[in-house]
Design a binder for this molecule. Sequence first.
Ligand code: MN
Length: 405
Amino acid sequence: MTDSWLDTPEHLGFGLDNLPYGVVADGQTPPQPAVAIGTHALPLGAATEAGLFDTAVPDPGILTTPNLDRLLAAGPAVWSSVRARATELLGNRANAGAVRPLLLPLPRMATPLPFTVADYVDFYSSRDHAENLGRILRPNSEPLLPNWTHLPIGYHGRSGTIVVSGTPITRPHGQRVPTPGAEPVFGPTIRLDIEAEVGFVVGVPTRLGQSVSVDEFSDHVFGAVLVNDWSARDIQAWEYQPLGPFLGKSFATSVSPWIVPLDALAEARVAPPPQNPAPLPHLLGDHWGYNLTLQVELNGTVVSRPPFAGLYWTPAQQLAHLTSNGASLRTGDLYASGTVSGPDPTQRGSLIELTWNGTEPLHLADGSTRTFLADGDTVVLTATAPGRGGTRIGFGAVTGTIQSR
Ligand code: MN
């Protein structure tokens, strides 16, 4: 089955081969898990109460609940059976009579954060991004630090400030140094940036002391979202040595409301890039990249199209590394790729790269220019991936508008 009996506009990328998971709610509909199909959502709580998922879940409570937490924890066998049943309900016209009355119009629904974010980790796995940042921040030394090709560099972020797409982003205050060597001042950042990233949502937890091998990625990871890792470059530059990112990033991180399940990305798998030197054994196994093309829009002007396929460290290697010390996983853990940048200047996933540290302003369609973000600016990240039979898998969008405090 590749077509739904519902009209699913191709450009949205929410066709039958995708069926991303989120949460929908409005004045009449309590928050509940849903799958998106075209311009509609099938609410899974209501569908379960109507008896449409009886054989797909071991316990109806997995779907008659306000968010995706219980489905995430249920594991790959349940993920497959729920997806198969949703495909049957939305793909087989014989089910239209039972399903159509349940459908909700997506444009009228609220789509809150669909799961409880447990821990949040952000990696730094795009070689082009890491080299660009190295050239900008440390112009007189090698762009990559020696550890970069041996392990996926990352840091633990702040899960409590992960917000869903559409949440306004308040310009953070912090310490910055106005000119090199000057004393620090405290106030609003003047170098507010974006980072276009892809995040992976963990479903199945592990015990403390257990590691997840590269081969076990699909046993634990439920799906992928878009992430905008808002970054205050001036706060970051002053605080990040010696312990890494802190308040320059923890004020807000935005995610898209629809989780694209790994099964929907089967056609988008690509061979991982060559890795030299060869990684240590705990980072080896059966793994792959994903052929996602991101798009960054600033106030309506497309400023970049970062390619995710070229990422040096794959999501499976990131997860293996993150658990290699025996740190346990929790349902709802989110780990992001790091800024996705490609080799071409039009493929850079942050403003610090696109404007080369503010020295080459971007020209927007309204005639204005930007180095870093101004109050009122709106950033929209989207992405597509190839689906079955030439179809296209969409991720929806993660948007945010900057406001002053
Ligand atoms: Mn980041």
